[in-house]
Design a binder for this molecule. Structure first.
Ligand SMILES: Nc1ncnc2c1ncn2[C@@H]1O[C@H](COP(=O)(O)OP(=O)(O)OP(=O)(O)O)[C@@H](O)[C@H]1O
Length: 341
């Protein structure tokens, strides 16, 4: 659905050249929810804005829904953009227009007649869960409701692709989740391809099928979300994974425990999918002469199954402890010895 080939963007500034996006190749499939994560300045906004030519690339090609986007005439670009909706962190609504009038805006531009506009707006209001609010003005809505208007407006012309530029970054956690649920719902109902950029791994975990990690204008790692959680390769990716699997308190709490001489060996076990339901700890205690204490554990859901992280301490004689660790490794569970190894 989307192919980026050797795409690059260099900005000329008073202080010299800034390479925001550096020679990126990327393919995004039809119907998938693809996330790009990175810290501020990594080049995410520039990358996503090149998908609909809000930002023109300085090198490479962008193809969306079978059309080469760069080098198009402005007339052709206007048509091609009908296939690509976009939502923004600060919603970008027209404040003097009602909810319905905001949603109708792209239909007016396309020249859709009033009766069809009204029908389509009603459908969209229902789709995004804003029944009864069509006559309200943006200032009368909560942040989550404003983003729902943004989504409805972006979908007005039935696009094939929805671009989300930090769409939940201005929202509280509960509202973020309700907007993310809506995006999954739309993806499933309409088969829409969704590309989002974010600095929050929670967003990636909750709704994305695949993810790319960006640093200094480059994609440093990409893959299925569950695989990335299970085996992050780059340090940057590990940091992002930790955002959801290891709250800061865990690190603090574990550090305190390490001061205790009897803590034994502390392991972080990572389970994926069906593994998360297996009675691994029971098996260890039954088969080896060791004691196991569970220090902390968490199971999270991704679009492709569950993902769990468990911190345990194992105490006992060296040999049975070593055997127990080898046993865990043989069960396809990722094991990291974080203390006492
Ligand atoms: N219009 C511009 N002119 C000059 N430099 C720019 C411009 N837009 C972005 N940059 C630079 O390009 C780099 C990437 O910026 P970009 O906004 O794409 O990153 P980002 O990952 O989206 O970060 P943020 O979330 O903070 O926006 C930064 O160094 C930024 O300063």
């Amino acid at each position: 659905m989307i192919t980026l080939s050797k795409i690059g963007k260099v900005f000329q500034t008073k202080d010299g050249k800034v390479t925001a996006v550096d020679d990126i190749d990327l393919t995004i499939d039809k119907g998938e929810i693809f996330g790009v994560i990175g810290y501020s300045g990594a080049g995410k906004s520039t990358l996503i804005r090149m998908l609909n030519m809000l930002e023109a690339p300085t090198s490479g090609n962008v193809e969306v829904a079978g059309k080469k986007m760069n080098g198009m005439s402005s007339q052709k670009l206007r048509e091609a953009r009908q296939e690509i909706g976009m939502i923004f962190q600060h919603f970008n609504l027209l404040w003097s227009r009602t909810v319905s009038e905001n949603i109708a805006f792209p239909l007016e531009i396309k020249g859709v007649n009033k009766a069809d506009q009204k029908k389509r707006v009603e459908e969209l209001v229902r789709l995004v869960g804003l029944e009864g609010r069509g006559g309200s003005y943006p200032a009368q809505l909560s942040g989550g409701q404003k983003q729902r208007v943004g989504i409805a407006r972006a979908l007005a012309n039935n696009p094939q692709v929805l671009l989300c530029d930090e769409a939940t970054s201005a929202l509280d956690p509960k509202t973020t989740d309700s907007i993310l649920d809506l995006l999954v719902d739309i993806n499933k109902k309409l088969g829409l391809t969704i590309v989002l950029i974010t600095h929050e791994m929670h967003v990636i975990r909750k709704i994305c099928h695949r993810v790319a990690v960006m640093e200094n204008g480059k994609i440093v790692e990409q893959g299925d979300v569950l695989d990335i959680f299970r085996r992050p390769q780059q340090n940057m990716t590990k940091e992002f994974v930790k955002q959801v699997t290891e709250p800061e308190e865990t690190e603090e709490a574990l550090k305190h425990l390490f001061d205790n001489q009897d803590i034994g060996r502390v392991l972080q076990l990572t389970f994926v999918g069906g593994d998360a339901q297996r009675p691994l700890i029971t098996d260890i205690v039954r088969n080896f002469d060791v004691n196991v204490s569970i220090l902390q554990g968490k199971i999270s859901q991704t679009q492709h199954g569950s993902y769990g992280s468990l911190f345990v301490s194992i105490t006992g004689e060296d040999t049975p402890v070593n055997d127990a660790v080898s046993f865990i490794r043989a069960q396809q569970v990722e094991v990291e010895v974080i203390h006492g190894g």
